[in-house]
Design a protein around this ligand. Structure first.
Ligand SMILES: [Zn+2]
Length: 254
């Protein structure tokens, strides 16, 4: 470095310059030491390296736009006072089985990024309800109706505004729920309680809706209560089939 000698008239200023240069040199030396590879050993180094390494996009990342897709799940009989639906001799009530399945299905859909409303049987929100899909979950009697009383059924509203869409939702639920659970389809027990389900009249006519009875509380008791994750997944798969426009076979007519 070509600096003026310290004995010059500018000595005090030169001294300050030397001091400043020295300070900068010390600072630079410290910084270089700090960023030497030695730092990249130990936990902090691992953390820092991880932060500096581009991470692969996680599988659980939500595709944009899913939050805008609203899905309604009705837990049958839930919040309807004394009405608990079918009740078994051991005290198990349909409303509790419905709620367990419905809330699990809602969680699964929320985990995939959808906006989900878990609704009571006569939820005030059902009035004019708008969603991409509305599915009501019920179960059939605990009474002993013989060996035939097993399986599930799905129905759309009689006179849905867009029967193509509601037929598709029914077909998706029929196909995917049957595949996931292995339960038989039981179309002969579809009643007017299902096809003329009250929520179908209350909701916005543009909402596509269906009702599923996921099983009979007597013969299907085990899967409905002990393996409700499988049952909920079957419902979720049916809804996703509908939303994603997946190809599907129509259910056999009753
Ligand atoms: Zn019911």
């Amino acid at each position: 470095m070509n600096l003026p000698p310290s004995s010059s008239p500018d000595a005090p200023r030169a001294g300050r310059i030397i001091q400043n240069v020295f300070s900068i040199a010390v600072l630079l030396a410290t910084l270089f030491t700090a960023f030497s590879p030695r730092l990249f050993s130990g936990d902090f180094g691992v953390t820092l390296l991880a932060l500096m390494t581009p991470q692969p996009v996680s599988d659980v990342s939500v595709p944009p736009g899913r939050q805008a897709v609203r899905i309604g799940i009705v837990a049958g009989h839930w919040g309807n006072g004394e009405d608990r639906g079918a009740v078994c001799e051991n005290g198990t009530a349909e409303v509790d089985v419905n709620y367990a399945i419905a809330s699990l299905a809602a969680q699964m859909l929320e985990a995939q990024g959808y906006t989900v409303d878990l609704l009571q049987e006569f939820d005030p929100r059902l009035e004019g309800y708008r969603a991409a899909a509305l599915v009501s979950i019920h179960n059939d009697t605990c009474a002993d109706l013989g060996p035939e009383a097993t399986g599930y059924k799905v129905a759309a509203a009689v006179g849905s505004r867009d029967s193509n869409l509601s037929d598709r939702l029914v077909a998706c639920l029929y196909d995917r729920y049957g595949s996931a659970t292995g339960l038989p389809f039981h179309p002969s027990s579809i009643t007017r309680d299902m096809t003329e389900y009250h929520a179908f009249d209350e909701m916005d006519p543009a909402t596509t809706a269906a009702i599923i009875e996921t099983g009979f509380l007597r013969l299907d008791y085990d899967i409905l209560t002990s393996r409700k994750g499988v049952v909920a997944q079957g419902v979720v798969n049916g809804i996703l089939c509908f939303l994603n426009n997946e190809s599907v076979q129509s259910p056999p007519s009753p």
